[in-house]
Each structure stands twice: as C-alpha cells, then as structure tokens.
Design a protein around this ligand. Structure first.
Ligand SMILES: C[S@@+](CC[C@H](N)C(=O)[O-])C[C@H]1O[C@@H](n2cnc3c(N)ncnc32)[C@H](O)[C@@H]1O
Length: 229
C-alpha cells in the first residue's frame, strides 16, 4: 500500500491531532516515550562533545526539542510542517535560544556545515522523500556532526502487541483525537516502513556511519545514532 506522504496531507493530519497528540503519545507508550527521549541526552553527554548548534527536525509539540536544552546549546533550531503542532510547542518552551520555523526537512534554511547535531523523533517515517531529506540533513551538519533518529520500525511478528497496535490503538486514537484516520495511518506507516537494519543501511548510503542502535521497546522502537562521514 502506497501511503500519501505529501506535505499537504501530513501537515493537515498533524494539525488535526495536535491538541491531543501529547496526551495520546504518553497514554499509548505508558509514558515511556519520555524516557526514550531523555536517554538520547544521556547517551550524547557520554560522548563528551560540544553540541552548540542543534536542530530538531519534525519537532512537533517539542518534547524532544525541550530535552535538547540539557545539552547546553547556544541555539536550538526546531522545524516542522504542522503549524498547529508548533503552536503547542511555542506554549511549552520559552527560551531566547529557540528558533522555531514552519519548514520542510526536504529544504532546510540552515547554512551548509553549520550544525553539530540533528535529531528526528518519530518523524522520518513520514517523510515523502527520505533520501532527499537525508542528503539535506547531511548538508547542514558539520564535518563530523551527528544525526539521531528515534523511530518505530517495522517488525513482522504478529504477537499481542501487533493486535493492540493494528486494531485497538487506531480505534482509540482516532476517537480521542477526533481524526478520521491518523491512527490508522500510524499503524500503516510503521508496518510499511523499513526494519531497523535495512533503515540503517539506507542512511549509511547517504554519507553517514551508524555508531549505535538502542532497542527501546520490543524491537519496534529504536534510537539510531549516526555520524556524518
Ligand atoms: C509523530 S510527530 C513527532 C513529533 C515529535 N518529534 C515527537 O518526538 O513527539 C511527527 C511530526 O513530523 C512532522 N513532519 C512530517 N513530515 C515532515 C517534513 N517533511 N518536514 C518537517 N516535519 C515533518 C509532522 O508535522 C509531525 O509534527
């Protein structure tokens, strides 16, 4: 099944669910999503590097953006194509170091080689042209900049979680968010996405080296760390 991941379609869908996005995220993961984001910062701190100019891509309501402030950056850039998701973020984070922009990952406004770190939390699965977006991220990172991807990857096992994720979650999610299809899209976009190993190989082909993979939950939710090379 080919999903429509055009900017218009995706931004409208996230605009629709923006008021309930955080609530449903925390409910469906039993708050574990907060830990997954916090652990990214812990891992990055252990690398003993400077992360002064950082970019959170597909930043949405800003939960990962907020964590990035713990790296003591000079500037945090935050981009997303959904105005309503960013409206929630603007209420959540007040800092003169934060630069929020309604923008598409396929065409970033940051200068070439200007960033130490780019992060993407549950976003890359929605990108219309993943290869193009990876090349664009590669462009804006400095010579050994890092890319961190937190994402749900496909896994073919049909266990209890699969039933929960394919049936219960779409019904509940659509009802609570009052969306006709956003949580069906969530399941379909994960199910039709790469597994984590194939994903890492694809990213490596665009000029990155995978340096660490963390399995956060049942082989579905992973954090993958890449270094520009
Ligand atoms: C599931 S939300 C993730 C939000 C946040 N990063 C988090 O960790 O909860 C996915 C976000 O990706 C954004 N998005 C999808 N395609 C995008 C694109 N091409 N460029 C920028 N943002 C995009 C959506 O608007 C949405 O806010």
């Amino acid at each position: 099944m080919k999903l429509d991941k055009s900017r218009q379609q995706i931004s409208r869908m996230f605009d629709d669910i923006a008021p309930k996005y955080d609530f449903l995220n925390h409910l469906f993961t039993l708050n574990r999503d907060k830990k997954w984001r916090r652990e990214i910062i812990k891992y990055l701190k252990k690398l003993n590097r400077d992360f002064k100019y950082v970019l959170d891509i597909a930043s949405g309501t800003g939960d990962l953006t907020l964590e990035l402030f713990n790296l003591n950056p000079f500037k945090v850039f935050s981009i997303d194509i959904s105005e309503k998701m960013l409206d929630v973020q603007k209420k959540k984070i007040k800092s003169e170091k934060l630069f929020i922009e309604l923008a598409d990952v396929h065409s970033l406004s940051n200068e070439t080689g200007s960033l130490d770190l780019a992060t993407i939390g549950f976003g890359i699965r929605n990108f219309d042209d993943m290869e193009k977006s990876l090349k664009e991220i590669h462009r804006v990172l400095n010579k050994d900049g890092l890319l961190v991807v937190l994402e749900m990857f496909s896994r073919k096992k049909k266990d209890a979680f699969y039933i929960y994720f394919s049936r219960l979650m779409p019904k509940l999610g659509n009802r609570i968010s009052k969306s006709s299809h956003a949580y069906n899209y969530l399941f379909n976009s994960v199910n039709s996405f790469y597994n984590v190993n194939d994903f890492s190989e694809i990213v490596e082909k665009t000029g990155f080296k995978c340096i660490h993979i963390k399995n956060n939950f049942l082989g579905i939710v992973h954090t993958v760390y890449f270094q520009k090379c």
